[in-house]
Design a protein around this ligand. Structure first.
Ligand code: HDE
Length: 692
């Protein structure tokens, strides 16, 4: 096709628009390459006549559109993806022969998909839910997929219960609601009849389930895996991802409001950070241990409802993951990426965890129906980046054109055809196996309460209160009293003080001791490293500060604040009553990033009010502005303010505490920044809300 722009006539246009048009650089074509002359009108029998079946252009376009959607994932349907790389800090050859864990000079390409679990693809980003954290490493030895979550344990111990778990948490089948919510009868019915879920329930009720940002979640491989070195020595390993920005969460009331104000809050945050070059990073940590250590633990390492406290086996930090490129196309990449826990490489192997074993079957199977056949590995995001050859042929959606006569092995007709390679090929760890066929849970899996108790008691006081509040909210939405009572009976075993708080919050004074633990919980050593608040970094890096201005504001103060926040690697978002902006005290118009109505304070980690007194008086009559301030206070944020902001602060009814930082002039900006770096003021919370 010539690219020269010569004028061509366009006879199919209606008479009134009949004109000479310029030939475009790229002509629109059908899927088979035929150039389309008119993309505005279907082929009809006469100007006002019926459309003709012959119109293959129309039919091709509509047919393709009709099939634009593929079945969404059964779980983890809502997700956000990004490209990046993984780099090991130093060779891990003592524990594994995996090639991507050897050379610190090598950057291994990755694609990562974060997700919520229960909601559909169009659901909001901030339900109380587990987050998926799936990483595809395109290694030189084939794709390695580490398909984990942001919580290190799981609800169930055996894969056979997964469909029941998922059915119970998803929308109830008769009514089709609630969407993306565990706060309903069927979930709590299942969970309370499944004592092994108690530890995970503590995590899901904790702040971990309402993260501030996908850039601020931890990740876990959950199961115990194996690593094998070149000498064939096997060790057990647990995988951890640690965010460089620190892990952080929102408070529940904020999550509820964010979901309404910006259902794409997490997706947008990840996209924007990468887009502006603020690349999210995680470090990969391993807990490596041998059989003797495994035997010394008071739980079974094959039980996915248990974690190994870092206080017992510290993390060995081995490398970093950097996400530095947004997808070019959401559907082609994020939607079509197919993670398979069976994608492993020499040097890594599975354990016999019965939950993992079921997953080894499920993912391949689900892709067959989701991606329409056995050739989904040919989709660009799923293709290995290393050479790939075998004799699997044909099938739906075959994109390759294999050549030659030979499509079987062994063969003698093609000496260049692929052959097995015992030297480099994957060999399963030769673990001795001997046993009788049976359907039975090992007795070593029977302690369902000790780690639930350990997790709850390892939390700081605000975190414990949040767990109790979440339980009160969730159970408060459960209509069937017997289910609420059953959960209270479990809580009594986990921790009597938690039971008491939740029972009080629900106004249910039962002390039901009808549930008997298969094994009475033990008071194991606490694990303070499980608390997010205890290890929260003092930083504003990657955080956002919302600055509210009105006409007459002090622009030199704003400039100084902007510089101070830049120095902390934080972003400043300028908010004015109107998006067009506000005039500073010299009458100069400064454009805003957002109008107040479009940027509630729940979007920010800290706020500052630089309003003039006249502006603040006016804002004090506007509910959106009053909510902006009272929400920031209720969400325990640091609020910087100039003297002129007083009428608005007063109307919002905010108290005075160390989180209200006056900014009388540029010299006070440092105190605002120092206060904001500490994050939320947990000490403010007891005066504002209690469970129930
Ligand atoms: Fe999954 N899981 N899962 N899962 N899972 C899927 O695979 C399954 C489990 C996890 O971003 C599905 O491609 C079974 C644990 C993530 O695309 C499906 C069992 C953990 C993702 C499936 C589990 C996970 C999935 C649905 C119990 C944490 C999203 C669509 C034996 C370690 C990956 C798909 C992405 C997705 C099955 C339990 C993590 C149906 C049978 C435990 C992060 O195959």
């Amino acid at each position: 096709m010539s690219n020269s722009k010569k004028p061509v006539s366009k006879p199919s246009l209606p008479a009134e628009t009949h004109q000479m048009v310029t030939e475009p650089d790229q002509s629109l074509t059908t899927n088979h390459g035929l150039v389309i002359a008119d993309n505005q009108n279907s082929l009809k029998a006469g100007e006002r006549g019926p459309s003709l079946l012959e119109d293959f252009v129309l039919r091709e376009k509509i047919t393709h559109f009709d099939h634009e959607r593929i079945p969404e994932r059964i779980v983890h349907a809502r997700g956000s993806g990004a490209h990046g790389y993984f780099q090991v800090y130093k060779s891990q050859s003592d524990i594994t022969k995996a090639a991507f864990l050897q050379d610190p000079k090598v950057k291994t390409e990755v694609f990562v998909r974060f997700s919520t679990v229960a909601g559909g693809a169009g659901s909001g980003d901030l339900p109380r839910d587990v987050r998926g954290f799936a990483v595809k490493f395109y290694t030189s030895e084939g794709n390695y997929d580490l398909v984990g979550n942001n919580i290190p344990v799981f609800f169930i111990q055996d894969a056979i219960k997964f469909p029941d778990l998922v059915h119970s948490v998803k929308m109830e089948p008769d009514r089709g609601f609630p969407q993306a919510a565990s706060a309903h009868d069927t979930f709590w019915d299942f969970a309370t009849l499944t004592p092994e879920s108690m530890h995970m329930l503590m995590w899901v009720m904790s702040d971990r389930a309402i993260p501030r940002s996908l850039r601020m979640i931890e990740g876990f491989g959950v199961h115990t895996f194996r690593m094998i070195n070149a000498a064939g020595e096997s060790r057990f390993v647990k995988f951890h991802w640690r965010p460089k920005l620190g892990a952080a969460s929102v408070v529940w009331d904020e999550a509820v409001k964010i979901n309404g104000a910006d259902p794409d809050f997490h997706r947008r945050d990840l996209w924007e950070a990468i887009d502006k070059g603020d690349f999210p990073e995680w470090e990969l940590g391993l807990q490596v241990f041998d059989q003797a250590t495994a035997d010394s633990l008071d739980f079974d390492i094959l039980d996915a409802t248990k974690l190994i406290p870092e206080e017992i086996i510290p993390l060995r930090i081995v490398g970093k993951l950097v996400l530095n490129r947004n997808p070019d196309n959401f559907f082609a990449e994020t939607e079509q990426v197919a993670f398979l826990p069976t994608n492993i490489v020499p040097g890594i192997d599975f354990s016999n965890d019965p939950l993992l074993q079921g997953r080894l079957f499920s993912y391949q199977d689900t892709q067959l129906s989701r991606l329409g056949g056995p050739n989904f590995h040919q989709i660009p995001v799923n293709r290995p980046r290393c050479p790939m050859h075998n004799f699997q042929r044909d099938g739906l959606r075959q994109m390759d054109v294999p050549k030659g006569r030979v499509n079987y092995e062994p063969n003698s007709l093609d000496s260049g055809a692929p052959r097995e390679n015992p030297a480099r090929g994957f060999v399963s760890h030769p673990e001795p196996m001997d046993g009788i066929k049976l359907r039975q849970r090992s007795a070593t899996f029977a302690d369902h309460y000790s780690q639930a108790r350990m997790f709850f008691r390892s939390m700081t006081s605000p975190e414990q209160t949040h767990i109790a509040s979440a339980l009160a909210f969730e159970l408060g939405k459960v209509e069937t009293k017997a289910i609420r009572e059953r959960m209270l009976a479990h809580l009594l075993i986990i921790d009597p003080s938690l039971h008491k708080t939740v029972a009080n919050a629900l106004g249910m004074q039962t002390k039901d001791e009808s549930i008997k633990a298969a094994i009475d919980p033990r008071d194991v050593a606490l694990s303070p490293s499980l608390s997010l608040i205890a290890k929260a970094p003092v930083t504003l890096a990657g955080r956002k500060v919302g600055v509210l201005v009105t006409d007459g504001f002090d622009s030199s103060l704003l400039t100084a604040l902007r510089t101070a926040l830049q120095d902390e690697a934080a972003a400043l978002c300028l908010i004015a009553p109107k998006v067009g902006g506000a005039k500073d005290s010299s009458g100069q118009l400064v454009e805003a990033d957002f109008a107040l109505s479009a940027a509630p304070s729940v979007f920010f980690d800290a706020v500052a009010i630089l309003a003039s007194e006249a502006g603040a008086n006016d804002l004090a009559t506007q509910a959106a502005a009053v909510d902006w301030v009272s929400d920031a206070f209720a969400h325990l944020k640091v609020i910087g303010h100039v003297a002129g902001a007083a009428p608005l602060l007063k109307r919002a009814g905010v108290g005075t505490d160390s989180g209200l930082v006056p900014i009388p002039g540029e010299q006070a900006i440092a105190s605002f920044v120092e206060a904001a770096k500490k994050g939320r003021l947990w000490q403010r919370e007891p005066s504002l809300r209690r469970p129930g």
